[in-house]
Write a protein that binds this ligand. Sequence first.
Ligand SMILES: Nc1ncnc2c1ncn2[C@@H]1O[C@H](COP(=O)(O)OP(=O)(O)O)[C@@H](O)[C@H]1O
Ligand SMILES: [Mg+2]
Length: 402
Amino acid sequence: MSTSSDISSLFKLFGGRSANYQEISQEDEKQSSMERWPGVAKVELSGVAAEPAVLTPSGAAVRPALFAAVAPVSPAIAPESAPSPEAVPQAKAVAAPYAAPDWASESLHSLLGKLAQEDRREVVNAPVRVTRPRPNLANIKIIAVISAKGGVGKSTLAAGLSAVMQRQGRAVLALDLDPQSALINHLGVAIDPMQVAAEGIAHCVADAQMRDFCQPTPSGVFVLPYGLVDEGQRRTFERQLEDEPDWLAQQLSELQLADGSVVVLDTPPGPSAYLQQALSVANVAVVVSLADAASYATLPMIDRLLSTYTADRADFYGATYVINQVDQSRKLSKDITQIMRGILGSRVAGIIHRDQSIAEALAYNQSVLDYDPSGQGCHDLQAIALNVLAKLFATQRSEQLA
Ligand SMILES: Nc1ncnc2c1ncn2[C@@H]1O[C@H](COP(=O)(O)OP(=O)(O)O)[C@@H](O)[C@H]1O
Ligand SMILES: [Mg+2]
């Protein structure tokens, strides 16, 4: 069954008509996104493993150091003589038992023709890949905040998670991988956030290091803004991300963050080189969705992206879902929340009610934790952050026990 027919039956179930809801036409947005990233559009749908519920951790330390005190000297990039990860399966293939070739099925002439074509394709298309071992990021925890649609509350949640986790005693780096460069606005930087965000990760081309652009914020959370760049610089940065799929992993490793630090990655909506980078390092993906038909319709797409970029990685603990801007006074919002909870079960980290204080905090460049500490939005954010923390560190505990 297609997603939109799924949604139509959902509307029928509740006595509504899907044609009246414009959100369903957001499929077009998804389509254009897929066209921008055709490689990603080819990925197959598959489910995400359920995660067990976990306990709430208790934090203690205040303002922990973000960077490790003693900098190890080992370079992240291995010497050229080190075997590349690709070399290992190739060596195994050579040692595999001999299988008789199928001589008769095609003429030598046509096989030679194909070979010549493949040779040409290789010369033209082979991407320049830097082969190096995957860096070890086991001493830190990484959260990717993702969604298929824009404007669903990713930056709000990324900033909220960062602030709560910092208050729980974690050293936190909030890293903005979205060219909108809006994360800084949610972090309570009162004096000209745009000035603070002028330089950021998008300036990390060639020799520039991420460490140069990490900045403290009043809450104690460190922020690495995206940075203000022109179109040419943005394209150069994105090309770098496409050419080096492990770029972010290498950069995070070179940051030498203190043990137990948390990195929260804010991402742009839909498939992109940023999302690929984020999902290839994340221990947990927090999928943000609104309680509306359009967001519901995009969940299979998120599943595809998750399975494409996190499969085969033992240090990916799973995806957890946040339903944002839930409005209990609207029947549709309540019904879709209930349906999503039913489908996702324990994978829902929590819901965030629609709360005017969240929007107002942004307008006043304040963290919602400071702007309205006793409000519903603040309460919801805290509960979700503790849930995600528990998922991250409980998994670590069970790994250590194993
Ligand atoms: N629970 C909420 N209640 C009210 N407003 C919200 C809520 N969550 C987010 N918003 C508002 O929605 C807008 C979009 O949020 P944002 O975090 O920028 O989305 P995204 O990063 O996904 O594009 C912002 O104006 C934000 O203040
Ligand atoms: Mg955003």
